[in-house]
Design a protein around this ligand. Structure first.
Ligand code: AMP
Length: 303
């Protein structure tokens, strides 16, 4: 049975046995004036979901994946399990979780990338629907479980995430899209890139997250890097974060950074529709242009 079919069947079974609660909702896709797409999803079930820094499973012992619940377990791989999200926001919302406990704040390694990209390509191919992978790292990024996990959801059919412009730029460096009001880093991914190549591109984004001026400012408070990562077969996006929720109390995770907003009630939905991507600036940093500098050796004597 194909991986996607297993996810699909397990989801339906978990729904029937009430292991997961899910009310399908219609996402509303909207194009902003500058051409950037956003999508609003009203998901009242989010009210019931544990949030970061509250009832969340934040210790090794409390991890929900030691071991994963049989009714949510889709597939066991060498060092990972594919599981269903207990609080899904879209049908077939699934996660790749490490078998052993590994802290969520550690960077993704070569095995993580190899397994994640294979799962993404398989889900895309088998479902004939485009998916995004995402990784919330650090509590200020909106992560609620401190056990390494990468999540996967389908992208609404008529929604074009803003980093898709990477296909038109032919840019072979980290770059930022100036239509977006918050600091972010995009790196293109060639078709069939292997894990080494993905690691290289991801480490370029991590380098930016670690060393740019806003990070230095943030470093005065903490040594951790809090960031969201979103990836498709075509690109990787990294967004630095300062806090998990906006001052209006709206939680933003990696999906929010590509304009996929989830509202738990009508009043949050109204705020989201008014502020759109400025919400991400509120929980991150203002847009920064990425200067491409070549090293300047003019003051050095070369031997
Ligand atoms: P994050 O909030 O980014 O750390 O992602 C953790 C995800 O795990 C959330 O989307 C939760 O809905 C999901 N989750 C929490 N508890 C469980 C559980 N017991 N089984 C499966 N998924 C869970």
């Amino acid at each position: 049975m194909s991986m996607y079919k297993k996810v699909d069947q397990k989801f339906d079974a978990a729904l029937t046995s009430a292991e997961i609660q899910f009310e399908p909702v219609n996402p509303e896709v909207h194009s902003l004036e500058n051409g950037v797409d956003v999508v609003y999803t009203l998901a009242p079930q989010l009210e019931k979901k544990p949030s970061s820094k509250t009832e969340a499973d934040t210790t090794t012992k409390q991890s929900p994946w030691l071991p994963p619940d049989e009714s949510l377990l889709v597939e066991t791989l060498d060092d990972y399990s594919v599981v269903l999200n207990k609080y899904p926001v879209v049908k077939n919302h699934c996660l790749l979780v490490s078998k052993e406990h590994i802290p969520q704040a550690l960077p993704l390694g070569e095995e993580d990338w190899a397994t994640a990209i294979e799962l993404l390509r398989t889900l895309n191919k088998e479902s004939k629907t485009r998916h995004v992978g995402f990784f919330n790292s650090g509590v200020e990024s909106g992560a609620s479980v401190d056990h390494k996990h990468i999540q996967f959801v389908t992208i609404p059919e008529d929604f074009k995430p803003f980093p898709d412009t990477v296909k038109d730029t032919n840019d072979d460096e980290v770059y930022a899209d100036n239509r977006v009001p918050f600091a972010h880093f995009i790196r293109n991914v060639p078709r069939n890139a292997d894990a080494d190549d993905l690691i290289f591109r991801y480490s370029q984004i991590l380098g930016e997250l670690l060393t740019r001026s806003f990070k230095t400012e943030f470093n005065k408070k903490t040594n951790d890097v809090h960031y969201n990562l979103v990836f498709t077969e075509e690109w990787i996006l990294g967004v630095p974060r300062t806090k998990a929720k906006t001052d209006d109390g709206i939680s933003i995770n990696a999906l929010g950074t590509i304009g996929m907003f989830l509202a738990k009630n009508e009043s949050d939905l109204a705020i989201i529709k008014e502020k759109n991507l400025d919400l991400v600036k509120d929980v991150g940093y203002p847009f920064e242009k990425i200067e491409k500098h070549a090293p300047d050796f003019s003051g050095y004597t070369l031997y």
